[in-house]
Write a protein that binds this ligand. Structure first.
Ligand SMILES: Cc1cc2nc3c(=O)[nH]c(=O)nc-3n(C[C@H](O)[C@H](O)[C@H](O)COP(=O)(O)OP(=O)(O)OC[C@H]3O[C@@H](n4cnc5c(N)ncnc54)[C@H](O)[C@@H]3O)c2cc1C
Length: 461
C-alpha cells in the first residue's frame, strides 16, 4: 500500500472520521518537539480511543511496512517524536482515562494520554499523589517511554521505579502485559524495565499501572541563596552525604532566577539558589530542616527562607516548573537546547564547574539548573538554529560536557532520553552493551517500523 488515500480508507473502516487526519496544521503540530531539532511532517495522524484500535492501526502498519511514531504531549527534547521517516503518528490524546484507583494497594491504572496534573487532581480525592513531575505537563505514556524524572525523584525515584505493569501493543499488533499488581516479582526477564525508556521504539504503551503515595502529613518548602553556584552545589552534596531525607532540591542559577522573576512575577533574590522541600511528620521535619540549615551555613549560605503557606509553596514550584518556558518566552525566534548529563554525586560539583567554564570559553549566555539531588544538571541555551556557527558551538559544548560526565562514570542523559539527538554518544557510553540493545531492537521490531532511527539503529543487516 503506497498511497495515503488508500491508507486513509483502511483507517476509516474502523476509526471515525475525526480520529484520522491529514490536515496540514495537525501534521505540523506532530512534526516537532519542544527543542531545537528541525521538524519533519508525518503523512497521517491517528487518534485511537482504546487498545484494540491501537492494535488494529499497528497491524496495518506492520502489514505494509509503514513507520509509526507514538506521540504523547510532544514535550520531549531530543527529537523523539519527529517522524523523520514520515508514516503514521499515533496521538494518545483520546486515551485519557484514569481507569482505576486501587487505594488499598497504592496503585492506579491509567490510559497513556492521562497527564501528570490530571492524575494528581484525581488522586487528591483519595489523599494520594503521583510523584514524578517533569517540567512539562507530560502524558504518563510519554513519561514511561522516556523514563522521566523530576524534582521529587531524589526521594521517591524515577518513572521506572513507579511502574508495576504496562500493557503494550507490540510491532505486529499483539498485546502483552509486562508486569503485574504485586509489590515485587522475580518472575522472568524484567520487561517493565525494558519498555520503560524504550521511547516508542519497541511498541505502544496502551495502559499503565503505577505506584502512588499518601500525601505527606507536613510539607515545608523554601529557598536558600548562595554567593556562587559552586557553593550551592557543594551544599547539596553535603546534605545528601549527611543522609538528610530531602524530598526536593533544585538548583537555579542567578541568570535563571532573573528569568523566573520576570516570567512568574516573583521577587526572589537574584543569586544562585536552591529550592528545597521536606516531607514528613511535624517533629521529624523540624529536625531535618534544622540539620539542613546547619549544613548549608557551612557553604556560605547567605539566606534561607521557608514559605509560610501553601499558596507561596505552590508558587515556588510553579515558578521552577515554568523556568524553561520563561527562557523560551524571553528569547523569541530562538530555540531551546537543554543539556542533561548526570554524574555520581561526588562528581557533581566538578561537573557543574566544568560546565560553567565551558559556557564562558564558548561565549554563551546559558542558565544552569537542575535536579542536583540526583547528580543531574542542565545548561539551558537559547540558540539561533539558522546560525550554523552558533549551532556548531552549541553542539561542541554539549559534546564537551557529555565527555566529562562519561569519563567519570556518568551518563549523556539523566532524564530527557536519547531520541535522535543523543544517539551519537551511546557507543562511547555503552560499548558492547550497545550491540545488545541493537539486537533487542531487531528481535522485537524486525521490520524496524517503531519510531525508526531513534535511540538505537537496530542490528546492521
Ligand atoms: C519545559 C520542559 C521541562 C522539562 N522537564 C523535564 C524534567 O524535569 N524531567 C524529565 O524527565 N523530562 C523533562 N522534560 C522532557 C519531557 O517533558 C519528558 O521527556 C516527558 O516525559 C515527555 O512526555 P510527553 O507526553 O510529552 O511525550 P512525547 O514527547 O510525546 O514522547 C516522548 C517519547 O515517548 C514516546 N511515546 C509517547 N507516548 C507513548 C506511548 N503511549 N507508547 C509508547 N511510546 C510513547 C514517543 O514516541 C517519544 O519517543 C521537559 C520538557 C520541557 C518542554
Amino acid at each position: 500500500m503506497n498511497s495515503i488515500s488508500t491508507l486513509l480508507e483502511v483507517f476509516k473502516s474502523f476509526l471515525r472520521d475525526d480520529q484520522v487526519s491529514t490536515n496540514e496544521t495537525i501534521r505540523e503540530h506532530h512534526s516537532k518537539d519542544e527543542s531545537y531539532h528541525l521538524g519533519s511532517l508525518p503523512d497521517i495522524v491517528v487518534y485511537p480511543e482504546n487498545t484494540e484500535e491501537v492494535s488494529s492501526i499497528v497491524k496495518v502498519a506492520d502489514a505494509h511496512n509503514i513507520p509509526i511514531t507514538p506521540f504523547g504531549l510532544g514535550s520531549s527534547l531530543e527529537g523523539h517524536v519527529i517522524p523523520y521517516n514520515k508514516g503514521i503518528t499515533i496521538d494518545f490524546t483520546l486515551m485519557n482515562k484514569v481507569l482505576e484507583v486501587r487505594e488499598k494497594d497504592f496503585l492506579v491504572k491509567v490510559q497513556p494520554g492521562v497527564t501528570r496534573s490530571q492524575l494528581n487532581k484525581e488522586l487528591k480525592k483519595y489523599g494520594l499523589f503521583f510523584t514524578v513531575d517533569p517540567g512539562a505537563n507530560a502524558t504518563l505514556g510519554g513519561m514511561a517511554a522516556t523514563n522521566a524524572s523530576g524534582t521529587t525523584s531524589v526521594k521517591y525515584g524515577v518513572m521506572k521505579d513507579q511502574v508495576n505493569d504496562l500493557e503494550v501493543v507490540l510491532p505486529d499488533g499483539d498485546i502483552i502485559h509486562t508486569g503485574n499488581l504485586a509489590q515485587k516479582s522475580a518472575s522472568g526477564y524484567d520487561l517493565n524495565s525494558l519498555y520503560v525508556g524504550s521511547e516508542g521504539t519497541l511498541g505502544c504503551i496502551t495502559e499503565l499501572t503505577l505506584k502512588v503515595y499518601g500525601i505527606p502529613e507536613h510539607i515545608v518548602a523554601g529557598r536558600a541563596s548562595f554567593p556562587t553556584v559552586d557553593d550551592a552545589v557543594e551544599a547539596v552534596v553535603s546534605i545528601l552525604q549527611a543522609g538528610v531525607p530531602i524530598a526536593r532540591v533544585e538548583l537555579v542559577d542567578e541568570a535563571s532566577i532573573r528569568q523566573v522573576n520576570r516570567f512568574s512575577d516573583t521577587t526572589y533574590q537574584e543569586k544562585a539558589t536552591l529550592f528545597l522541600e521536606f516531607h514528613g511528620n511535624e517533629a521529624g521535619l523540624q529536625h531535618d530542616v534544622d540539620f539542613a540549615k546547619e549544613l548549608v551555613s557551612d557553604h556560605k549560605c547567605e539566606e534561607i527562607y521557608f514559605e509560610k503557606d501553601n499558596a507561596s509553596r505552590n508558587q515556588l514550584w510553579e515558578a521552577r516548573h515554568n523556568l524553561a518556558y520563561a527562557y523560551i518566552h524571553g528569547n523569541p525566534g530562538r530555540k531551546l537546547m537543554v543539556t542533561d548529563v548526570c554524574v555520581p554525586i561526588s562528581e557533581l560539583a566538578g561537573a557543574v564547574k566544568h560546565g560553567r567554564e565551558k559556557i564562558k570559553e564558548l561565549s554563551f549566555e546559558a542558565g544552569i539548573l537542575g535536579h542536583v539531588g540526583d547528580g543531574n544538571y542542565h545548561a539551558l541555551l537559547m540558540i539561533d538554529t539558522e546560525n550554523l556557527e552558533e549551532m556548531e558551538r552549541a553542539e561542541l559544548f554539549n559534546e564537551e560536557i557529555v565527555k566529562y560526565a562519561l569519563e567519570r562514570g556518568g551518563t549523556c542523559t539523566g532524564e530527557h532520553g536519547v531520541g535522535r539527538g543523543k544517539m551519537k554518544y551511546l557507543q562511547q557510553e555503552h560499548g558492547k552493551a550497545l550491540n545488545v540493545m541493537n539486537n533487542l531492537k531487531s528481535a522485537l521490531d524486525p521490520k524496524g517500523i517503531m519510531n525508526p532511527n531513534k535511540l538505537v539503529q537496530g542490528r546492521k543487516q
